[in-house]
Design a protein around this ligand. Structure first.
Ligand code: ZN
Length: 165
């Protein structure tokens, strides 16, 4: 695991131990066979020492989170909205690029444009700067805490890999 990307489950926030890709085939009314691909995040049970608990030689499964389909074919109402949400979750896991970075990029661009065209008052600019400063401080603190937690998990996974024959 060391060196590999570290994925956090977008459903429950735990590290993903295994990403299951499940393929289901179904025959539509038109007689065509369609493939549906679904993703599940597996979380293994861990002891107080952070090590994975094994049962009958297999890691003990504590929780499985449904992450949604690889693509969504239904296009109506609630299904479409739900599909979009699930698509976002799976993108975050598989592509490793949180969509929130895209949101932030578009907000940053909007602010840059306002500044370039002098469309923002000093008051608004100051307010924005204060808000962003606060957010940046909290983000940095969060990043340091997460980095420490992720290092602990990687260390236990490395140790586990060395124990394996
Ligand atoms: Zn989860």
């Amino acid at each position: 695991m060391s060196g590999a990307a570290y994925y956090v489950c977008p459903r429950c926030g735990r590290p993903i131990d295994y990403l299951e890709r499940r393929v289901l085939r179904s025959k539509g009314r038109d007689g065509k066979v369609r493939e549906h691909i679904y993703f599940y995040a597996w979380h293994y049970a861990r002891g107080l020492d952070g090590k994975v608990i094994f049962e009958h030689g297999k890691p003990k499964l504590e929780r499985k989170c449904y992450l949604g389909p690889a693509e969504y074919t239904y296009a109506s109402g609630l299904h479409a909205a739900l599909g979009l949400q699930l698509k976002g979750l799976i993108e975050e896991v598989v592509e490793g690029r949180p969509r929130i970075i895209d949101y932030l990029d578009s907000i940053a661009k909007a602010i840059e444009d306002k500044m370039a065209n002098v469309q923002m008052s000093a008051y608004t600019a100051q307010q924005l700067a204060d808000r962003l400063q606060e957010l940046a401080d909290r983000l940095r603190q969060y990043a340091e805490e997460r980095a420490r937690a992720e290092k602990r998990v990687e260390a236990t996974q490395d140790a586990k890999a060395k124990e394996a024959p």
